[in-house]
Write a protein that binds this ligand. Structure first.
Ligand SMILES: [Zn+2]
Length: 359
């Protein structure tokens, strides 16, 4: 009988592969490039690519939002909001400004005053979906947010849902202002999206809309809301066929609505803060004295009893897809490669300067 391996050794074995990969990457970054001279074309192509990428990022890409001037945008401001637009009709711009003021009020009522005071919100109305995708770094749909900036493609959103979408995106911005940008990544996505959709009250994610969507399904099923905790999980849900994304927003809103109706908004905010300190299940149990999955089943039972969803509705687990994994992680891999490439170039320049000084 083989001797039982000590737990410490098992961990060492598990760490061997990532350790080797990290060592390979480190060697690539600090290694001396080959002495063999490169052709003129290769040298200048290698220099031009990062310059073109940086120019794109700052001139028309997402980093454009960080610049003090925004090429191609005019702006209208009040104390708390600036609306940047691309020659949109004045009545639409004024409407957006009014919706944003109302959004501030609703978000402030729910979230309260952020520790550093209410931050200024910038809303970018894009003239085309292409421009929206550039600013949101290839974001899907018609609306998104980053930090305290909200990007919108009004023609795609439609007049009917404009107020709800603005409030939804402002809720994300408020959450970041409350707990900090990096901390906000630790909040489960279903909770962040659920609260934002609950505050926005969009017609496309209402109880009525969810019931109609489920009735249209042969086997009415809901992807377990609480299993969608990361951005990757959320992207995975989108592969569930047409209507999967609005259905998921409606479910996240429905579950958050249920928690608020049963236990109040105060407990929900307390849970948001606890989820930063503990494992989500433990945080939920400590705030609601119940298991998260059991509460989700109680919600579905309640929805069926109230006639909000068909009686045959089932909770299903999220399916995992390799395609989504590649599509989701590829941009991050490219960004990481670009950062490592820049560090590698710094080493090359450093060596060149050292050689010049010694000479
Ligand atoms: Zn959202």
């Amino acid at each position: 009988m083989p001797a039982q391996e000590q737990p410490g050794l098992v961990w060492l074995r598990l760490l061997r592969l990532p350790g080797r990969v990290a060592l390979f990457v480190l060697r690539w970054v600090v290694a001396t490039p080959p002495k063999k001279p490169r052709s003129f074309l290769r040298t200048w192509t290698a220099r031009a690519i990062p310059v073109i990428c940086a120019a794109w990022l700052f001139i028309c890409g997402p980093c454009n939002l960080l610049l003090p001037t925004h090429p191609g945008f005019s702006s209208v401001s009040d104390k708390k909001v600036t609306v940047y637009h691309q020659d949109h009709p004045p009545d639409l711009v004024n409407k957006v400004l009014a919706y944003a003021r109302a959004g501030h009020e609703r978000c402030h009522e729910f979230w309260g005053e952020p520790p550093g005071g209410v931050g200024h919100i910038s809303i970018y109305l894009c003239g085309s979906r292409g421009r929206y995708r550039q600013l949101s770094f290839g974001g899907s749909g018609n609306a998104g947010s980053a930090g305290s900036s909200v990007m919108l493609y009004p023609a795609g959103v439609g007049q009917q849902n404009l107020a709800a979408i603005i409030r939804h995106e402002m809720s994300h911005a408020y959450l970041r202002q409350h707990i900090g940008y990096w901390q906000s990544f630790r909040v489960p996505v279903w909770l962040d999206e659920g609260i934002a959709t609950y505050l926005g009250e969009p017609t496309w994610a209402s109880a009525e809309a969810l019931r109609k969507r489920l009735e249209a399904m042969q086997t009415p099923s809901i992807v377990s809301v609480v299993s969608v905790s990361s951005r990757f999980d959320w992207a995975d849900v989108a592969l569930g066929g047409p209507g999967a994304v609005p259905r998921q927003y409606a479910c996240a809103r429905g579950f958050v609505d249920y928690l608020v109706t049963q236990h109040g908004e105060g407990k929900l905010k307390h849970f948001v803060h606890q989820s930063l300190l503990n494992d989500v299940d433990d945080a939920f149990a400590s705030v609601y004295a119940a298991k998260l999955t059991e509460m989700e089943h109680a919600w579905l039972t309640h929805e069926i009893a109230s006639g909000h969803v068909p009686a045959r509705t089932q909770l299903v687990t999220r399916r995992h897809s390799v395609v989504t994994a590649v599509r989701f992680y590829l941009p991050y891999a490219l960004i990481l490669f670009a950062i490592l490439w820049v560090i590698r170039q710094c080493f090359v320049v450093g060596r060149l300067v050292t050689r010049l000084i010694r000479a």
